[in-house]
Ligand binder design. Structure first.
Ligand code: 3HC
Length: 291
């Protein structure tokens, strides 16, 4: 039988890490979350309460299960605490910075020496093979486990084995994603995997269309929503993901696939330079006064 973890350690309490912690807890797993930024914990607790409240309202989770799930999530004060609390599966969901992630995986490898502990990364596009290499002797236990925002609602987990990942680790990742109520689908470790390789150039193209005056943002988004049944238009989705994240992913695609056709649109880069990062900064393509 495939071995499932008993306690999941999540690194990062932001949108993605917080969502991953929530779905793991709802699936009945004990969860420990660590975030280096002061204030992240309180914000994450608030997001959990709001999201679970919505799911209760919709009849997807009972109030008792929501309360029990919240009680299964513990916030800890250091990466070392994840080890002392007995976490046997780590999901890293810190910001998309290759050096930061590689340093973190080197540290995780020295802390979690037990061969059974899997070190998963939720990176959206950084090479899993390079992250695994940074984990040295633990490289065979590193795997990509890519969730989608908003994690409690999105069905997919993209599972990406590194060149070094042991086949058993990939199987266990698929089993854990299934236990979390998600549908795992496998992709190979090439820049952007499948999701962002296909999605990001489409979002980038919407910025080109806007920059060239083909249409205004509302029309671009309306055309794609109504004509292609997208839940959000491409420019609205870019704001939702974060325009800085979009630029970072385009850079990874351009460098990783050795092709300038993946370069970020100048207008997209300009908005980022102006601090217009999308929902999280209150303004991107559109304005979000309440955020
Ligand atoms: N938890 C629980 N409920 C939530 C929620 C959350 N985290 N987020 C939204 N909801 C609820 C809302 O409260 C709302 O409830 P209501 O019907 O009672 O008002 C309901 O879901 C619908 O939300 P909205 O009315 O705000 O808007 P939508 O109908 O457009 O749905 C959406 C929101 C589910 C986000 C939908 O627009 C959607 O699917 N958008 C596309 C998302 C997407 O493509 N995500 C992938 C991004 S790419 C990525 O993550 C990869 C990375 O590597 C970049």
């Amino acid at each position: 039988m495939t071995q499932l973890p008993t306690k999941v350690g999540v690194l990062g309490a932001g949108q993605m890490g917080g969502g991953i912690a929530q779905v793991a807890a709802v699936a009945g797993l004990q969860v420990c979350v660590y975030d280096a930024f002061p204030g992240a914990v309180e914000k994450c607790r608030g997001v959990h309460k709001k999201s679970l409240g919505k799911l209760v309202e919709k009849g997807k989770v009972t109030q008792a299960d929501a309360d029990a799930s919240l009680a299964r999530i513990e916030f800890v004060a250091s990466v070392e605490d994840l080890k002392s609390r007995g976490c046997d599966w780590i999901v890293e969901a810190v910001i998309e910075d290759a050096k930061l992630k590689k340093d973190l995986f080197a540290r995780l490898a020295s802390l979690f020496t037990d061969e059974r502990v899997v070190l998963a990364t939720n990176t959206s596009s950084i090479s899993i093979t390079e992250i695994a290499t940074a984990a040295g002797p633990a490289a065979g236990r590193v795997v990509g486990m890519h969730f989608f925002n908003p994690v409690p609602l999105m069905q997919l987990v993209e599972v990406i084995p590194a060149v070094q990942t042991a086949p058993g680790v990939t199987e266990r990742t698929i089993a854990l994603a299934t236990k979390m109520g998600k549908t795992p689908l496998k992709a190979n470790d090439r820049a952007g995997f499948i999701s962002n390789r296909v999605l990001m150039p489409m979002l980038n193209e919407a910025f080109y269309a806007w920059m060239e005056g083909v249409a205004e943002p509302e029309a671009i988004d309306g055309i794609m929503k109504l004509g292609c049944n997208f839940p959000m238009g491409p420019l609205r989705l870019a704001d939702f993901i974060g325009l800085d994240t979009c630029v970072n992913i385009m850079n990874v695609l351009a460098d990783g696939l050795n092709n300038d056709r993946y370069r970020a649109c100048p207008l997209l880069k300009q908005l980022v330079a102006a601090g217009r990062l999308g929902d999280k900064s209150g303004r991107g393509v559109y304005e979000y006064p309440g955020k």
